[in-house]
Write a protein that binds this ligand. Structure first.
Ligand SMILES: Cc1cc2nc3c(=O)[nH]c(=O)nc-3n(C[C@H](O)[C@H](O)[C@H](O)COP(=O)(O)O)c2cc1C
Length: 186
């Protein structure tokens, strides 16, 4: 059994939709248990009990949402101090409005998150370019959401935009299952 923990923050529902799509994908892989938590509710027990951690953040000022960063700096840092996350699986996703029509900081947000996951010693799962939905909502770092239209009016995420998130969840669950708790470092 592989336990997948999905942690996210969301004000307008975009990142939350992506978290739920990733959860649906991960749940479709046999032998998985999925825990989805808002960043302000996720605790150390959630973290220590998971085999894979997926973190999703809204893009705020081109970077990580403060609630997600607080989770990283408070909850994750304790596990980092004690080397408790080393060798587990990690992955990220982000939702921006898409200002500038080039992701609006989604890429930087995911890179910042991946840096944090690397600090934890996680085995990072990227988003391969043959992933279903990649052309619509994929970067090699993970799925991204673009919640606003080109005229900047809020439109939310379409089902089409959530396909890559679902498959990211499937990838992460498969990797976690394949590792089956194996200790690959140290
Ligand atoms: C404080 C703040 C800063 C934001 N900065 C950006 C930004 O830099 N780039 C962007 O594309 N969208 C930006 N947005 C828009 C959000 O990313 C967008 O509303 C997205 O839907 C947030 O995810 P959510 O739907 O899960 O809340 C910002 C929103 C807020 C509230």
């Amino acid at each position: 059994m592989a336990r997948i923990l999905i942690v996210y923050a969301s004000d307008h529902g975009g990142t939350e939709k992506m978290a739920m799509a990733a959860s649906d994908g991960a749940r479709s892989v046999p032998g998985t248990e999925i825990v989805v938590k808002k960043a302000e509710e996720a605790n150390t027990a959630d973290l220590l009990g998971c085999d894979a951690l997926m973190i999703g953040s809204p893009v705020h000022m081109g970077s990580i949402d403060w609630r997600v960063k607080k989770f990283i700096d408070t909850v994750c840092s304790g596990a980092w101090m004690q080397d408790k996350m080393i060798g587990k699986v990690g992955a990220v996703f982000a939702c921006g409005s898409g200002y500038g029509n080039a992701g609006g900081g989604s890429e930087l947000t995911m890179l910042a998150l991946l840096n944090n996951l690397a600090e934890l010693g996680l085995l990072i799962v990227p988003l391969p370019k043959n992933t279903p939905g990649y052309r619509v909502a994929g970067l090699q770092w993970g799925p991204y959401g673009r919640a606003h239209a080109e005229d900047l009016s809020p439109k939310g995420l379409s089902d089409e935009q959530l396909v890559s998130s679902k498959h990211h969840g499937i990838h992460v669950a498969r990797v976690a299952r394949a590792l089956d708790g194996a200790k690959v470092f140290g």
